[in-house]
Design a protein around this ligand. Sequence first.
Ligand code: CS2
Length: 489
Amino acid sequence: MRLSATTLDGLPADVIRPAYDRASVRTGVVHLGIGAFHRAHQADVFDRALAGGDPRWGVRGVSLRSPGVRDQLATQGGLYSLVVRDGERVETRVVGAVAEVLVAPENPAAVVEALADPQTHLVTLTVTEKGYRLDPASGTLIESDPEVASDLASLVAPRTAPGFLAAGLAERHARGLGPLTVISCDNLPHNGARVKDAVLAIARRHDPALADWIEGGCAFPQTMIDRIVPATTPEDRRELAARLGVDDHGMVKTEPFTQWVIEDRFAGPRPDFEALGVQITSAVGPYEDAKLRLLNGAHSAMAYLGGLAGLRFVHQVIAEPVFAAFVERLWDEAASTLDPPAGLDLSAYRRALKARFANAALEHRTHQIAMDGSQKLPQRLLAGAAIRLDRGQPIEAVALAVAAWMRWQDGLDETGAAHVVDDPFAVEMARLVARTPDPLERAATLLSLEAVFPRRLAMDPRFTAPVIAAYVRLSQSGARAAASLVGGR
Ligand code: CS2
């Protein structure tokens, strides 16, 4: 038996269920990229808006690639469990906010229609860093990408997230409907401006008047969004089925912590975000920098160093004193580049992060975080490094994290286990690695990857020398020894 409206009543009493009439929910939100992160974060917020008595904020989810999530949720009427784990404690909530899931490649026109629906007011996106089709180092639209080229040529059947947005907004413009608020929920720096630039670049190619309308009327607020959501495993599903007495193919697991900061820039109706615990502010930048450089920077560093050491989970990495001490040094470097907003106490933030990383019940895989490093390094590690170099400060900890990312490209960890490098630049990086058997030369060659390393860093010996030295040290003595040298443990 599956989780569904009919099996809902038979669930154990401690399972929280939708406390509203799902039949009267309207879909004010279209979400592009309905993976686990959306279901554990924004959909949870919209679910609470519905439970609070505002029926406008149901979600139409869109999968831009595979039918997996639609297939999981269709037989469950869109219902799924959000399992919040904190050590031994577990809370299970059935979320009812997702009304339907569209699969873009199967029916692109349906996605455009959803965006052009008069009841749609918000579009949220979690399409991952690479989904914006922007060059990670410069932030410009990659016009040579075949799917971008297709959207630049025609919007009849869009292929990319910015293409769908341009097509949906073109329909709204043509039908005389109101503009939309588009909220990027990905870990990109200046995510609002980035998605706006990508949409405008495509719209302007088709119709300058459309681009002007989008620019003048639509809102692309910047956001900082935070909740750790590891990929669900078959074991997680089995554990849940044993507790619920029904199977839930759409479950997601997460931690208790959740945060969403949105720039106060909206084009039309929105939920009462403040009442839902979402922070609305005029300046998101300082929150975003702190989160990207402290949480995500440490995540990537732990993923590569811990992954190289053969550790599977984040909680195992942070439990080793040598890696914990290294993370503190990385945070010292990052913290010196931040301008924290009033009320954000960086030492308390660091302590909280450490406790979140130590949550063993999440089983957050190092290999999951290691994915798409080329897209993540610039905002997580390199931006802070550039600031420190400008001030003449050393970057030893960042250098080791970058070197660990380079070493990850070999496809082998220190126990001899092979891993797949999952990254849009994997082929190019494998080619560079194969060409350079000598570690020193290999590190120097990887630094020439322009999409990742801005020229000013790649040409600056104060950056390249410590990275290359760290790479050589890693190759010779391994992740623990190299981390210990930086962390002093
Ligand atoms: C992680 C993030 O996979 C990754 O790259 O660093 O998904 C991280 O868990 C979230 O940003 C936390 O908010």
